[in-house]
Design a protein around this ligand. Structure first.
Ligand SMILES: Nc1ncnc2c1ncn2[C@@H]1O[C@H](COP(=O)(O)OP(=O)(O)OP(=O)(O)O)[C@@H](O)[C@H]1O
Ligand SMILES: [Mg+2]
Length: 264
């Protein structure tokens, strides 16, 4: 099977005409892959711009999700070939994210519960800051679909120019504000996802992309700047649970700043 793409936890291989298989590494057992496949399938069935899912296959001790192949490239590739369209891509990304947040799905894990657990075990964070971060994790009753990891390696643009969200492995239900805060931080400043792209060029484009995304999302939704800023602390503290040494210092400095009385 020919390799189509690669991530930190899976290989994406050609499967059959118009389809690929996302073959997870051995850390993911069959039950986990079935659970992720069910979520990804429901997302596409709800009309979210995402590849349709066709089932789970087993290859030896590895398990994979079969889905539509997107004939196109990632947002990283699009930025490199058409950097002048950075604002437009940011706006398109905001519209994609808002489309995700219009979707309500029962049966997903709670993002807020997950974030509270992460804050509780974030390395090197004192109790007072943990308390402030947890106080900003506000519950609500809706089951709003949150992607959980929207970054330019998890967004593809097809031959028609439509944007699709892939990699639904971290989807949960929760408050859109958290999902937007995390996406904005991923775009603006956190370590870039692995991939083959020009890091210098992407480094120059990321802040304009993040700004256009943020501006467009806030103008299209009822979320305010203040709501979004309040989520930056919990999102940054939770991020420390993903051990990414190259960004740890920056995230810690952000935590100190975001925890100050006046959120920035
Ligand atoms: N349905 C698809 N059609 C075409 N290419 C795809 C598809 N799904 C994924 N890819 C390619 O494979 C790459 C990795 O996919 P994906 O993000 O799902 O893997 P991952 O291991 O979960 O990644 P991460 O490192 O974000 O955890 C994508 O960036 C994209 O280039
Ligand atoms: Mg990915």
């Amino acid at each position: 099977m020919q390799l189509v793409g690669e991530g930190r936890c899976a290989e994406i291989l050609e499967h059959s005409a118009g389809r690929v298989v996302k073959l997870f590494d051995q850390r993911f057992d069959e039950a986990a892959v079935h659970r992720m496949a069910r979520t990804a399938a429901s997302v596409a069935e709800q009309g979210v711009s995402a590849p349709r899912v066709w089932g789970v296959v087993n290859e030896g001790d590895r398990h994979g999700i079969v889905m539509d192949r997107i004939e196109g490239h990632t947002l990283f590739d699009a930025l490199m070939t058409e950097p002048e369209r950075v604002d437009e891509f940011g706006e398109q990304l905001a519209a994609l994210h808002l489309g995700i947040h219009r979707c309500s799905l029962e049966g997903l894990d709670s993002r807020n519960d997950h974030v509270r657990r992460q804050i509780g075990r974030a390395p090197g964070i004192d109790l007072e800051i943990q308390g402030r971060a947890i106080a900003r994790v506000i519950d609500h009753d809706d089951h709003i679909l949150c992607h959980g990891d929207l970054h330019p390696g998890n967004v593809m643009i097809d031959a028609d120019g439509s944007m699709l969200a892939i990699d639904w492995d971290f989807a949960m239900s929760g408050p859109p504000g958290y999902d937007v805060a995390r996406a904005w931080l991923l775009l603006d400043r956190w370590a870039l996802a692995p991939g083959t792209y020009d890091a210098d060029l992407i480094g120059r484009l990321r802040k304009p992309l993040a700004a256009a995304y943020r501006r467009a999302y806030l103008s299209l939704s009822t979320l305010t700047d203040t709501d979004l800023d309040l989520w930056l602390l919990p999102a940054s503290v939770a991020r420390l649970c993903e051990p990414i040494p190259e960004e740890a210092e920056l995230v810690r400095a952000d935590v100190a700043r975001f925890a100050s009385a006046t959120p920035v």
